[in-house]
Design a protein around this ligand. Sequence first.
Ligand code: R5P
Length: 300
Amino acid sequence: MCEVVVVGGYSGKHLAIRVSRELGIGYISVYTRRFPDNELYVRVDGCVKDRIVIYINSLQPDPSERVIETLYTLYTLRDLGARKVYAFIPYMAYARQDQRFMEGEAISIEILAKLFRDTGVNGIYTVDMHLHRISDPRTIFGEKFHNLTAVPLLARYIMENYRLENPIIVGPDEEAVQWARVMAEIMGTDYTVLVKKRVSDEEVVIETRGADVCGRDVVIVDDIISTGGTMARAMEALWRLGARNVLVSCVHALLVGNALEKIMLQKPLDMIATDTVLSPITRVSIASLIAKTVKEEIIG
Ligand code: R5P
């Protein structure tokens, strides 16, 4: 059988190394640097000829630079003679700009999807992509696209590490129902969602509509923490309703600016996230999820 190798991009090396160890296969690094004029230099540091490549890179930090790096790498892997290339993009950037909110705006995720399709990769895998107005991402990324979920890993971590009393899972907005439902099922409890109205990039208003959280340990689950506004306002609302404890969890902790401080000031029991994006609250690795997917869907 053709040899399989894991290739780690700038924001995927921690995962690529763990996946290569878990699968007992080779690891190749992608070297990047900036030229003096700020242009990006990309080099695949090993032989991929005739090999099946599992490429891993998240589109954070510096999402636009990561997009360029990822596209350069995917084209280069083909050029270098890789037999097949599978791209694992644990954090897919630009997914929130999924429609034209104002005349003249670029619908970023549609353009990004086209750029990925055009690389000719054999499969694109991401994790808990932000899906709001696009219900089926295959309509833009094509049939080779797969949206995995890390919420079961978060749920198991919470069950193993916290003794929660009468827990309830809360999604901070209506789109978060998809994650709240899965987490509640695994933890054998109930869930609810709050109602969020976005005022600006950093400000949101949250309504609770009488969520049943009084005296209970609440686990908030969301796909992304960006500026932290959503989590901070959700926590305020939950405290007002008499929650006993609030544990904050998310898949992708971008933690822009003072997001961490903003949430910590609301005194959560703890904050946890996965390593799709490395952050100070990373506790759960998705390496096992990638390794399992590679075993089951790619190398059989
Ligand atoms: C959007 O609806 C997402 O699911 C998150 O709730 C949002 O991206 C969080 O952003 P922020 O942390 O800036 O409030």
